[in-house]
Structures are given as structure tokens and as C-alpha cells.
Ligand binder design. Structure first.
Ligand SMILES: [Zn+2]
Length: 299
């Protein structure tokens, strides 16, 4: 239970179903005509191989999540779709205050889309197998909420609300990087333990922690109560559990029994925890500068 039960939510913050279809496979690397079309997926780096959906054409059934009932903090505490509405709204509140204050850059909210099965995006078509992702070409964060169960069942995360909210905050973190012009660093250096990709992903984890730092104290627009209740130690452990679950070493180890840092795209479990904690502890965008960090093990 992380949301203030009485807080009001606008279900229109999140759209259900696919975006405009533009055909073509989802692009996870390379650019087209100078346009950045890389998607930034929670799990996958530059060469997702078999996990990519290979369908072309129109979007799937569009998901059909009905969000009309997501009108209160209470709904976000009990319903996973509404929790995304609530988290996106809280992220808007925090970043609308912190991004201009700390960087001088205005916050323009990303669109947030819930889908089921498959979806057409500005970066091409995707299936749920890709996991949550952000497409910089259309500035949309895409979620199939069935992933949250996958996160528990296959990746061993705890199932608490902050585990899910961390995932949303991480993807919105990529949107912040897009606003700040940093997202291309992942594209130009996609693999390896010290790569631009790993540094970009760890920074998104740090930005997720930064959101958590401010979420319970940032007033809703118009001076309303903060959307989130103060985080408990158990909440923070849920977020750290999710961050650990999607570490490259953890995923590689369980998939193949081997760990190959040369192919890392997101960083180790310990690194992902550490950078989330760095953002959570400091609330400072500058503390999330993974690109100049001498030791990614020590934020
Ligand atoms: Zn990511």
C-alpha cells in the first residue's frame, strides 16, 4: 500500500492499446536518417535475437485494459493497471519539479501505453516478450502488465508494489535521458561492462531512485497531498529486489550458467541496486552521472 488512498487520479494519464502502426520490426539499434529509433528495453540490449517479435503489419488486440476505474490512490493500491496510472502521475509530479530545478530543462511528460500481446510503436512493432520499453522516436513508455508476474516467476523479484513502480520509474528515467540528450550514448556503445549502454541503464536506475526520494514529499499539482505515502524499508527492498532481478549477471547466470561481462547491456545486480540507492539517498541528478563514474560498483 504505497498510494494515499484518498488521492485522485486521472485515468487518462495512461492510454490502453497500441500506438499508430508504422510497420517494420522493432529497432533495438542503429538509426534511420539521423533519427534515433533505438528502443530501450528493461531486459534487452542491442541484439535481442529470438525474443523480438517477428510479426509485421498491424497491432495486436490492443490490450483492452479498461482504466476508467483508476480514479483514486485506493485503486492504485489494489489494481496493477491503476498502479501504473498512479506511478506515472507521481513521476510527472516529481520530474516537473526536479528536472527544471536541477538541470534547467523543462519536463514534458512521456506518453504511457499499456498493451497486451503486441503493439505498434514509433520504433516498430513489439511483442510482450521484449518486456517494458521506452521508444525515443515517439517518446512513449510501453508496458504489458503481465510482465510484472514474469518478473516474479522467472526473474525472482519480490512482488511488492515498489517492484512494479521501479519498473515504471526506470522507463520514465529513459525519457529523462532523452530530454537531456543522453540516450544516444547507449546506442553508440552498446555492449560491455563499462559500456555506454550499461552506464545509461544504471543512470535510469538512479533516476528511478531519485523519484523514490521525492515521491512522498512532492505535492500534487495545485498543492494537493503527495500521491505516495512515505516509503517503508520493505518498499525500498521491493524496488531493490526488482533492480537486482534484472541484472545482467543474474539473467545470464540463470539462463546459461555463465556470466560474460563483455556482452552486458544493463549492469550487474549489485550495480543496479547501488545506483538505485544512490538516487534514492541523494535525490540529486548530478549524483546519477554514471558516464564519468570511475567505478560503476561504487556510485
Ligand atoms: Zn532500461
Amino acid at each position: 500500500m504505497t498510494f494515499d488512498e484518498g488521492a485522485r487520479l486521472d485515468p487518462g494519464r495512461v492510454r490502453s492499446g497500441g500506438g499508430p502502426g508504422r510497420g517494420g520490426k522493432l529497432a533495438l539499434g542503429g538509426g534511420a536518417g539521423g533519427l534515433l529509433v533505438l528502443v530501450v528495453a528493461l531486459l534487452l540490449g542491442g541484439d535481442p535475437g529470438s525474443l523480438l517479435g517477428d510479426f509485421t503489419g498491424t497491432t495486436g488486440d490492443g490490450g483492452g485494459a479498461d482504466l476508467a476505474h483508476c480514479t483514486s490512490g485506493a485503486s492504485a493500491n489494489t489494481d496493477v493497471d491503476c498502479r501504473i496510472v498512479g506511478t506515472a502521475t507521481s513521476l510527472d509530479d516529481v520530474w516537473a519539479a526536479q528536472l527544471p530545478a536541477q538541470t534547467g530543462v523543462e519536463y514534458v511528460p512521456p506518453e504511457v501505453v499499456l498493451f497486451s500481446g503486441s503493439v505498434a510503436t514509433g520504433c516498430g512493432n513489439a511483442t510482450s516478450d521484449v518486456g517494458p520499453f521506452y521508444c525515443p522516436a515517439d517518446q512513449v513508455a510501453y508496458f504489458d502488465t503481465s510482465f510484472f508476474q514474469v518478473l516474479v516467476d522467472r526473474f525472482g523479484s519480490s512482488g511488492g508494489p515498489l517492484a512494479q513502480e521501479y519498473v515504471v520509474a526506470h522507463e520514465v528515467g529513459h525519457h529523462i535521458q532523452n530530454r537531456l540528450g543522453d540516450l544516444g550514448r547507449a546506442q553508440s556503445d552498446p555492449h560491455g561492462a563499462e559500456s555506454g549502454s550499461v552506464r545509461t541503464e544504471l543512470q535510469a536506475d538512479c533516476y528511478a531512485g531519485l523519484w523514490a526520494h521525492y515521491a512522498a514529499t512532492t505535492p500534487a499539482p495545485g498543492g494537493g497531498e503527495p500521491l505516495l505515502e512515505p516509503l517503508t524499508d520493505a518498499d525500498v527492498q521491493d524496488a531493490l529486489s526488482a533492480a537486482s532481478a534484472v541484472g545482467d549477471d543474474r539473467i545470464q547466470g540463470s539462463a546459461t550458467g555463465r556470466v560474460d561481462p563483455e556482452s552486458w547491456t544493463h549492469g550487474s545486480s549489485a550495480q543496479r541496486r547501488s545506483w538505485f540507492q544512490a538516487g534514492y539517498r541523494t535525490g540529486d541528478v548530478a549524483a546519477c552521472d554514471t558516464y564519468t563514474a570511475a567505478d560503476l560498483d561504487r556510485p
